[in-house]
Design a protein. Sequence first.
Length: 67
Amino acid sequence: MPPTSLTRLLASQGGLITLQQAAALGISGQAVRRRVAGGAWQKLAPRVYLAHGSADDPVVRLRVAAL
């Protein structure tokens, strides 16, 4: 299966995505909330979510600050 735009974005950002980036990929705010409620994504900061990886990873924390 070829990688999707979402997969490529998450890979390039260490599993992180912003709400604005999700919207640009056609993922609604409601869909983001469902992913968080279902445990697939984790909210780390206002409008910044972790789709995979560890929130305790120092590199992830730096990337959150940059986003």
